[in-house]
Design a protein around this ligand. Structure first.
Ligand code: IPE
Ligand code: IPE
Ligand code: MG
Length: 264
């Protein structure tokens, strides 16, 4: 039995067994990234307002985070708010900000007790002061934790990330510290906000949309993609195990031939 206490639910022996089975049936992804989509439609299908769906989505975040920590996943990146999401109606945006603050207040201690480190990628300086304060505090409190890195993508977009990296490199060229011909794959990677985070092995998108919506554009070059029709508030560990099971059946060739991969 695992002793994690994020969900306040005791882990069942069946769940533990399923996790152990996943650990032996193949490689558990080191980095899972999730496009948490479908909160609004989930709420609408229940005759409720969109914010109700976002609130329900927090329960899924808790369950998936706990399951990932138990499985030994090292990085879980959750796409919580995109650059383009700023264009939503103001009441929805401010509702999401409030929900973030509330969740940080109620969850930070639990994250810390469970050895989970919180980090963010994105333009959090665009967030209200109160949000930024809570985020910075949660990041500080959990900074030495080792079990799982929980990375929230907030006011994030892949194009923004690449643009800010290119700007930094352009400045280095201008100041004479970098030759344009020395710009390569590694250098660009090192200027992205994910510089210290490995590329995602598995990207999950809920709610059935087959698109990336400006998520980790550079980093997903060789990620395995998994799309499920399930809306995010219904996506729980059972669905996560299915996604990991699908991942384990794939052959990641990275441009090589199947024979080369098998021979390794
Ligand atoms: C994902 O759910 C959450 C955010 C983008 C903040 P949506 O709010 O996009 O829900 P749908 O896609 O409209 O159903
Ligand atoms: C993607 O969902 C962004 C997040 C999950 C935060 P959206 O609902 O914003 O994406 P589109 O508009 O359907 O592509
Ligand atoms: Mg959506």
């Amino acid at each position: 039995m695992d002793t994690l206490t994020l969900t306040n639910k005791k882990q069942t022996p069946e769940d533990r067994q399923q996790q152990l089975d996943l650990g032996t049936s193949g490689i558990v992804p080191r980095h899972i990234a999730v496009i948490m989509d479908g909160n609004g439609r989930w709420a609408k299908s229940r005759g409720n307002i969109r914010l109700f769906g976002h609130k329900a989505g927090v329960d899924s975040v808790r369950d998936i985070t706990e399951a990932c920590a138990q499985l030994g996943v090292e990085y879980l990146t959750l796409y919580a708010f995109s650059t383009e999401n700023w264009g939503r109606p103001m009441d929805e945006v401010s509702g999401l900000m409030q929900l973030l603050v509330q969740s940080l207040r109620s969850e930070t201690k639990k994250l810390n007790d469970n050895d989970i480190r919180l980090l963010t990628i994105g333009q959090i300086e665009r967030f209200p002061e109160s949000c930024q304060r809570e985020l910075k505090e949660a990041i500080r409190i959990t900074s030495d934790n080792k079990r799982l890195n929980l990375c929230l993508a907030l006011s994030y977009s892949g194009r923004w990330d690449i643009t800010q990296a290119v700007k930094k490199l352009a400045h280095q060229v201008k100041e004479g510290r970098l030759e344009p011909d020395d710009i390569n794959d590694e250098l660009i990677t090192s200027e992205l906000v994910t510089a210290k985070i490995p590329d995602p092995d598995l990207i999950i998108r809920t709610s059935g949309e087959f698109r990336i919506s400006n998520f980790l554009l550079w980093q997903l070059a060789y990620s395995e993609l998994y799309v499920t029709d399930t809306y995010w508030p219904d996506f729980r560990r059972k669905e996560l195990y299915e996604a990991i099971g699908s991942y384990q059946k794939r052959e990641r060739r990275f441009g090589k031939t199947s024979d080369q991969i098998v021979a390794k």
